[in-house]
Write a protein that binds this ligand. Structure first.
Ligand SMILES: O=P(O)(O)OC[C@H]1O[C@H](O[C@H]2O[C@H](CO)[C@@H](O)[C@H](O)[C@H]2O)[C@H](O)[C@@H](O)[C@@H]1O
Length: 368
């Protein structure tokens, strides 16, 4: 089998990887996921460290909460960088009227990331509380528009923070999608609750990798491992930088036994996820379809997020040519988002409060 052929991974028997000579665009039977063999081999190579030096990993860990734009020359001052970036990604607050004008006659659907968007980034992930004010704002918003939380956390954990039953939740980076008991549908007849878990068969594997990561990293002070049901996280925010290479070795030594899991990075965190073609962008697309907006141009999705994993959703919106993404960041970053907001409080007190206060025709359509 050549390196460019595809393999098909059965969702029901993770151990069986079946070669497939056809193109990945081919429709697969339910339960089968196509992964290019090249990708699988690359993943094994990355995890084993082939060709990748530890230093490169540590550099990438440093850049996982970037404060500057890579693509601009370092001779340009930070203020100039910021000004030029703001020109390209204007404040969603300042552009509010224009944004509303663009959404006129369309159904707004709101997608909100959790950490760094609805709650400020804190050292302890278990204490990333959302303010009561933010909760009230999101509650009001959900009365006007279908509203979804899209997060790397598992649904149970994020629900404990958000505590709003009327929302859609896409946990585990979109691999666990649940709708409220009384969901919205453009087709009023099909109001039914929603559940979609494309990585269901990875559950035992994630439990096992979580157990091994916990064991392996316990000698590294500050490392924190989380089980998010269909994915896991290893935090290094509280790990001394001198220990980062040690942590990389530990994580890699566990992951080399799990070639169908991939390693990505968020803000000072490693994310360990099933190697399936699914991400926050796919979850957004799935939810739009489930709400009845699969093949209509009457929808205006707005996605607000702050980290690399949200880029898949920003890109999805760009590719669809519908709605737009808003990046929450004080610093210039490479992004597919169209607009920016400085921090969660600007999102809450400003943009979300304003949009939730709108009495648009689209809002009226949602009720009933
Ligand atoms: O998709 P998100 O809702 O943004 O979740 C991504 C990760 O968020 C959490 O980690 C981040 O926030 C923590 C609390 O502020 C912070 O300590 C950490 O450094 C950030 O990476 C969560 O704990 C992770 O598991 C999520 O994957």
């Amino acid at each position: 089998m050549s390196a460019t052929q595809n393999v098909v991974v059965s969702e029901t028997t993770r151990s069986s990887i079946i070669p497939n000579n056809n193109s990945s665009s081919q429709k697969l039977p339910p339960g089968l996921i196509s992964i290019s063999k090249k990708k699988l081999l690359k993943n094994i190579d990355i995890i084993n460290g082939g060709g990748q030096r530890i230093n490169a990993w540590v550099d990438s860990m440093r850049a996982s909460s970037p404060t500057h734009l890579k693509s601009l020359p370092s001779s340009i001052s930070s203020q100039q960088q910021l000004n030029s970036w703001i020109m390209q990604h204007p404040s969603a607050l300042e552009m509010f009227e224009q944004i509303m004008e663009a959404s006129r006659g369309k159904q707004i659907v709101m997608f909100l990331d959790y950490d760094g968007t609805l709650s400020p980034i804190v050292d302890d992930p278990d204490k990333a509380f959302m303010s009561s004010k933010m909760r009230r704002t999101v509650k009001k918003l959900a009365k006007c528009f279908p509203t979804a939380i899209v997060t790397g956390r598992c649904i149970d954990k994020v629900y404990n923070f958000v505590k709003l039953a009327e929302l859609y939740y896409a946990g585990s980076h979109g691999m666990d999608i649940k709708g409220p008991a009384k969901g919205f549908s453009r087709h009023k007849r099909v109001k039914q609750s929603l559940l979609y878990q494309p990585a269901n068969d990875y559950l035992p594997m994630i439990n096992e990798v979580y157990r091994q990561l916990l064991e392996k990293t316990k000698s590294t002070p500050g490392a924190k491992v989380e089980n998010h049901k269909f994915c896991a996280s290893v935090h290094f925010r509280c790990v001394d930088e001198k220990k980062w290479s040690e942590l990389v070795l530990q994580v890699r030594s566990v992951l080399k036994e799990f070639p169908t899991l991939k390693l990505t990075q968020g803000r000072k965190v490693f994310e360990i996820r099933p190697m399936i073609e699914w991400d926050k962008g796919k979850a957004l697309e799935f939810l739009l379809e489930a709400l009845g907006f699969g093949s209509t141009n009457n929808v205006f999705p707005v996605y607000i997020g702050d980290d690399r994993t949200d880029e898949d959703a920003f890109k999805m919106l760009r590719d669809r040519g519908e709605g737009f993404g808003i990046l929450v960041s004080k610093f210039p970053k490479d992004t597919d988002a169209s607009y920016s907001l400085q921090d969660p409080s600007e999102a809450s007190d400003g943009f979300l409060a304003k949009i939730g206060g709108m009495e648009t025709n689209a809002a009226k359509n949602v009720k009933g």
